[in-house]
Design a protein around this ligand. Structure first.
Ligand code: TXA
Ligand code: MG
Length: 337
């Protein structure tokens, strides 16, 4: 299959929309990361998404809508709290897990009786949903297990020959995927995947916000995952990644003792002044780190890193999302000094 690179203009967006309406798969920019878009109701199209990614069939796809009011078309129940959250965070980087109805096929929901609903704010993604009239299933546009794509070039690299087209919409604004939440009760939400909509922001609308333990800790064997995505190794470059929680001085000493030819470190902007070994930097605050993290994980592969020591980020605000992606890239291997 020839994968066409489309531009961010109305003509090309119409072309992409037509492809999606025909049951094809298109890579599209969103404010979080790029997604692989297909009509969520079309089983064959959704199957093509799973196959392009090499994604396990039990890992459900998020359904993207132009407006939260459309959630009523695809779900069987929406708690009042969901409407209040939507008022504040839709459009935006929030995915709410709700009971699905029969219009969303089981293949889209990975066999679950729930569906993740998100209303993206990116104008290209929004226009595609609007023009197509389809609920759009869209997982991140990477090969399953690799870092999520934050620019069209990343999508092309993973998906060239596997999907019909990619729209080039520049770099994703946030750089980490949406915050995924479920409702434990009418008044309690549970964060299943942290993202740009932070615990602190959710707490402004809802007093009870639980961080699912699987966000920071490996699932114990035999435990059922609240979200299937928690089960799988994720965001991993080829290199063996290890997270190191320490002061800069201890980090420098640690790398000095464990240095080698293909050893690289991922450090904060500013650390490099004190760092005489191979490194890449990934920003100096949580927003910059979110913006850069997936790109840096890909770059580490490009330079042939075999071992990567990462200075652990702060877990405040969107930092929790960065920490979560890194600890999963590290397969939960953390060294505390
Ligand atoms: O920002 C995003 O969410 C991006 C853009 C493209 O919208 N999409 C994305 O999709 O990250 P994906 O498929 O890569 O990640 C979706 C995550 C997975 O971990 C999946 O297990 C979880 O959300 N999820 C989806 N539907 C679910 C459901 N019904 N119940 C529990 N978890 C669900
Ligand atoms: Mg993904």
């Amino acid at each position: 299959m020839n994968t066409v690179l489309l531009e961010n203009n109305e003509n090309d967006i119409v072309t992409a929309t037509e492809l999606i309406r025909q049951g094809k798969v298109v890579g599209v920019p969103t404010e979080t990361v790029y997604g692989l878009c297909a009509d969520a109701r079309n089983e064959e199209a959704v199957r093509a998404v799973f196959s392009a990614k090499g994604r396990p069939a039990d890992n459900p796809l998020i359904v993207h809508l132009a407006d939260f009011s459309q959630a009523e078309l695809y779900t069987s129940y929406i708690p009042e709290l969901a409407y209040r959250l939507a008022e504040k965070f839709c459009p935006g980087a929030l995915t709410m897990i709700l009971p699905k109805n029969d219009i969303i096929p089981l293949i889209t929901s990975g066999g679950l009786d729930t569906v993740g609903i998100r209303v993206p704010s990116h104008p290209v993604m929004h226009r595609i949903i609007e023009l197509s009239g389809c609920p759009i299933a869209a997982p991140s546009a990477n090969i399953s297990g690799l870092p999520s794509p934050t620019c069209a070039e990343h999508v092309m690299r993973d998906m060239n020959g596997r999907i019909s087209a990619v729209i080039n919409g520049g770099n994703s604004k946030y750089g980490v995927e949406s915050t995924v939440i479920s409702f434990d009760s009418e008044n309690t939400v549970r964060i299943l995947r942290p993202g740009a909509v932070t615990k602190e922001m959710l707490s402004e609308i809802c007093n009870d916000v639980i961080i699912d333990p699987a966000i920071l800790n490996e699932l114990a064997e035999g435990t059922k995952a609240a979200s299937p995505g928690m089960k799988y190794k994720h965001y991993s470059p080829e290199a063996n990644v290890v997270m190191v929680e320490s002061s800069l001085q201890d980090f420098v000493n640690f790398v000095n003792r464990n240095n080698g030819n293909k050893v690289y470190s991922l450090i904060f902007d500013g650390d490099e002044k004190f760092f005489p070994y191979n490194y890449l930097t990934y920003g100096s605050d949580s927003h910059e780190q979110a913006h850069l993290i997936f790109q840096r994980l890909r770059e580490l592969d490009d330079i042939g890193a075999e071992k990567v020591y990462v200075r652990a980020p702060s877990t405040d605000g969107v930092g929790l999302a960065v920490y979560n992606r890194l600890i999963r890239a590290a397969g939960f291997e953390v060294i505390k000094l």
